[in-house]
Design a protein around this ligand. Structure first.
Ligand code: SAH
Ligand code: SF4
Ligand code: F3S
Length: 442
């Protein structure tokens, strides 16, 4: 019998990438094989995101193709998992009757149960039951591993759908996490990214005896032989403490990069966003980072056009972007989400104004990122090789510890650390030449 084929399309954040690797690992352990194209697959899955309206519409366009493929071969199974599925629950079967199975981010393991049951009637699984971190994984990059340290979020940011799709925050036990990273290191992983919606609150829900703070967890991961780089996302400015910032200066593997979401530079807007920090607190975190790790790369997330955002509020966001000089920023136009507090706030900002503000912000962000990137020109930096460059396959592509994409001439296998001397820098990428000798593992 030929092996049954699956195809998974992933939308959204790293948490979804992590979950999709587990979905794939689980399917392979059930005897499925991955298909290059959706059209050849017996099982078509979508791991969805609902963070902004654009995420919903992108996914729904893809779903149209699945409907057509299912019509051609009705025995095909179509499954929808992730945050969008969780936010609409059983409604998915009413809106899209050709969908066979739907499941939320906490029920990935139930997919196996569904696929191995005798009667494949439409079924939905939406109660949080467990971490996906337990499941086998099929990693997209051999040398890079996602590690889920917690799921869910206890914050109540008024624009955000995540607390309702991922539920309350639950931390995984430190012993389990350390064992997982040790297994990854044995399997050739050199870089791990610790994932949580608010990594700084890691462990607060664990019992006193077994609890570690996030900084202590970083220390334990740093001590694991073979792990050369540690990243994490996302910290929350309200909970970002000096111990974690200091760890960037003292821990061998912890990278010189912090992604610290700003959201807005106006304290009044931050208050209505329910971020529970103000502009001063944010700038104070930045000052602390620069004091302990002067060369640290700083990136951020910014929302423009939050309800009630005035010209004055927006000018303050521009001023913070100018003052901090982020190494990069994800900028988003505010998008009202069903069931969130901000969606029904008065003074929604007109679309054209949002777009105009976005353009102005992007100009500042890119200019500052380009200026900041010039500090690497002339320096020789450590690059973790990922593969051929996307723009010029005769060159290689990798990432620096500062999380800059580096395109370079030279030799190196994926997963190898090489030294590259940087000769040019744009806001997004660095370019250079590798030293002849590959770096020995430290
Ligand atoms: N838990 C993380 C990130 C979650 S979502 C954190 O708090 O930092 C990633 C980013 O999407 C957020 O930082 C925010 O900038 C953006 N985002 C979330 N909801 C949004 C919305 N309704 N409209 C526009 N951007 C949004
Ligand atoms: Fe959403 Fe705020 Fe939680 Fe981040 S911290 S996931 S923005 S509610
Ligand atoms: Fe991530 Fe999107 Fe869910 S950003 S947590 S997949 S809503």
């Amino acid at each position: 019998m030929t092996r049954r084929l699956y195809h998974v399309t992933t939308f959204g954040c790293q948490m979804n990438e992590h979950d999709s690797e587990r979905i794939k690992g689980m399917l392979e352990s059930l005897g499925y094989a991955e298909s290059e194209s959706r059209a050849d697959a017996d099982l078509i899955l979508f791991n969805t995101c609902s963070i902004r309206e654009a995420a919903d519409s992108r996914f729904i366009a893809h779903l149209g193709e699945a409907r057509r493929l299912k019509r051609e071969h009705p025995e095909r199974v179509v499954g929808v998992g992730g945050c969008w599925a969780q936010s609409v629950k059983d409604e998915v079967f009413r809106r899209f009757p050709f969908v066979d199975v739907a499941f939320g981010p906490g029920q990935v393991h139930r997919l196996a149960e569904f696929l191995t049951s005798d009667s494949l009637g439409a079924q939905g699984f939406f109660e949080f039951e467990g971490f996906t971190g337990h499941l086998p994984a099929k990693r997209a990059r051999h040398h890079q591993g996602w590690v889920q340290i917690s799921v869910g979020c206890n914050s109540v940011c008024s624009y955000c759908i995540v607390p309702s799709t991922r539920g309350r925050e639950v931390s995984r036990s430190p012993d389990e996490l350390i064992a997982e990273v040790e297994r990854l290191a044995c399997d050739g992983v050199r870089e791990v990214t610790l994932l949580g919606q608010n990594v700084n609150s890691y462990g607060r829900d664990l019992s006193r005896g077994s609890r570690l703070t996030f900084a202590e967890l970083l220390e334990r991961v740093d001590a694991i032989p073979g792990i050369e780089r540690i990243r994490y996302t996302s910290p929350h400015p309200k909970d970002m403490r000096e111990d974690v910032i200091r760890a960037h200066a003292t821990l061998r593997a912890l990278c010189e990069h912090i992604h610290l979401p700003l959201q807005s530079g106006s304290s009044a807007v931050l208050k209505r966003m329910r971020r529970t920090y103000g502009r001063e607190r944010y700038l104070d975190r930045v000052a602390l980072i620069r004091e302990h790790v002067p060369d640290c790369a700083l990136t951020t997330d910014i929302i423009v056009g939050f309800p009630g955002e005035t010209d004055g509020d927006f000018e303050q966001t521009l001023a913070v972007a100018e003052e901090v000089g982020f190494d990069g920023a994800f900028t988003f136009v505010y998008s009202p989400r069903r069931g969130t507090e901000a969606a029904t706030m008065p003074d929604q900002v007109p679309h054209e104004l949002k777009v105009e503000r976005m353009e102005r912000l992007v100009e500042v962000v890119q200019r500052r990122a380009r200026e900041r990137a010039q500090r690497f020109v002339g320096r020789t930096i450590e690059v973790l090789v990922e593969g051929p460059s996307r723009t010029d396959p005769s060159r290689l592509r990798g990432r620096s510890r500062h999380n800059k994409v580096v395109n370079f001439d030279g030799l190196g296998e994926p997963g190898e650390l090489v030294d590259v001397t940087i000769s040019a820098a744009t806001s997004q990428t660095l370019s250079g030449v590798a030293s002849l000798a590959a770096r020995a593992a430290r």
